[in-house]
Design a binder for this molecule. Structure first.
Ligand SMILES: Cc1cc2nc3c(=O)[nH]c(=O)nc-3n(C[C@H](O)[C@H](O)[C@H](O)COP(=O)(O)OP(=O)(O)OC[C@H]3O[C@@H](n4cnc5c(N)ncnc54)[C@H](O)[C@@H]3O)c2cc1C
Length: 320
């Protein structure tokens, strides 16, 4: 290991990566954060359900987190990590500018992309009046005309949930599959309007969604839409390492233990990249946990290395 070897490189500086950075910086670890600058919630003007930060713009929290981590010696670099190679005692990270960085450990905190269903007009107000998380934004659109646009049968959960925030709820059932009588009656019992016609378009003005148009030309006025994107974890740079994965109804994600450690002893992964249902508070908790767990693994390794060095000094030299 050389003096240019980082104790830890964190890929991604969202809530998860910055929490890990803070824990590692405060543990006096040589820590570098590399970030491509596209946190998942950048589309939303304000964050909610984050204790102590209710209403804070997402980028403001990230800016504050960087300043805090920097105050403990953590360094930051803009860029995109394209691949990670296993060198045994270290890992080599290749960046998009062609440079290579060597680290004893890596924390993957790269989040996910939300691939929205390809309905014309749906993406225009993503993060303001087209939403996915009622705990993040349900209060802001409470008691208004809300539409649920499921993308798979899993969308039934969202349909039931949203009734808590409004009694003017319309569920577009096309993607839910054939609704049986019991499910239909359950939704109707709480006054939910069911529309089985496929959607042709979401109608918007400058500020917000205004209506949903069906393939039959029907136009239903609405104030907000809840839908589910397909989540694409940003973990392609680790593909060659063939880490263990776990399959879930939300897709395939790298498997981790409770401290965020993957099946590779030098790689941790935290936040949305491994936990699709994670919001900002859970991402922060996972980052802090991984920072502490990783530091302890390096503490053990520091002792192992010191003992190895001591033993090699004590070995008698031959031929004297
Ligand atoms: C529209 C919207 C609104 C939301 N609102 C809320 C809310 O109000 N409250 C709440 O609690 N949660 C909210 N969330 C959820 C929240 O965005 C996530 O829980 C949170 O961003 C997860 O943090 P993270 O650190 O795992 O990932 P992210 O915040 O997405 O950060 C990942 C970072 O890694 C970087 N990155 C990716 N690949 C690479 C690479 N190869 N090399 C270098 N860097 C890379 C990205 O550019 C990004 O900066 C919202 C989500 C969405 C989509």
């Amino acid at each position: 290991m050389t003096q240019h070897t980082w104790d830890a490189v964190i890929i991604g500086s969202g809530a998860a990566g910055l929490s890990a950075a803070q824990a590692l910086g405060r543990s006096l670890r040589r820590t570098l954060v590399i970030d491509a600058g596209q946190p998942r919630n950048r589309f939303a003007a304000h964050m909610h359900n984050v204790l102590g930060h209710d209403g804070t713009p997402p980028l403001e929290l990230i800016g504050k987190g960087k300043i805090e981590a920097e105050s403990y010696g953590v360094q930051f670099r803009d860029g995109r990590v394209e691949s990670v190679r296993d060198l045994g005692a270290t890992l080599a990270l290749a960046l998009d500018d062609g440079s290579e960085i060597i680290a004893r450990s890596v924390v993957l905190a790269t989040g996910v992309s939300d691939d929205l269903p390809p309905i014309p007009g749906l993406a225009q107000h993503w993060g303001s009046s087209v939403l996915h998380c009622p705990y993040c934004h349900g209060w802001e659109v409470r008691n208004t005309r809300i539409a649920v646009v499921p993308t798979s049968p899993l969308g039934m959960h969202q349909a039931l949930l949203l009734r808590q925030w409004t009694d003017q709820l319309t569920v577009f059932t096309d993607a839910l599959g054939e609704l049986d009588e019991a499910a239909t009656q359950r939704l109707l019992a709480r006054g939910i309007e069911l529309v089985s016609e496929p959607i042709s378009e979401v109608v918007n003005n400058e500020q917000s969604v205004t209506a949903i148009r069906t393939v039959n030309g029907r136009e239903l006025p609405i104030d907000a839409i809840f839908t589910a994107a397909t989540l694409r974890p940003h973990d392609e740079m680790l593909a060659s390492l063939q880490l263990k994965r776990s399959e879930s109804p939300f897709g395939s994600f790298i498997a981790v233990d409770p401290t965020g450690r993957t099946s590779h002893p030098r790689i941790w992964a935290v936040g949305n990249v491994v936990a699709p249902a994670t919001a900002v508070p859970q991402a922060m908790a996972a980052g802090a946990m991984a920072g502490g767990g990783l530091n302890f693994v390096l503490v053990e390794e520091d002792f192992d290395l010191a003992q190895q060095a001591q033993r090699s000094q004590q070995t008698p030299t031959s031929g004297v």
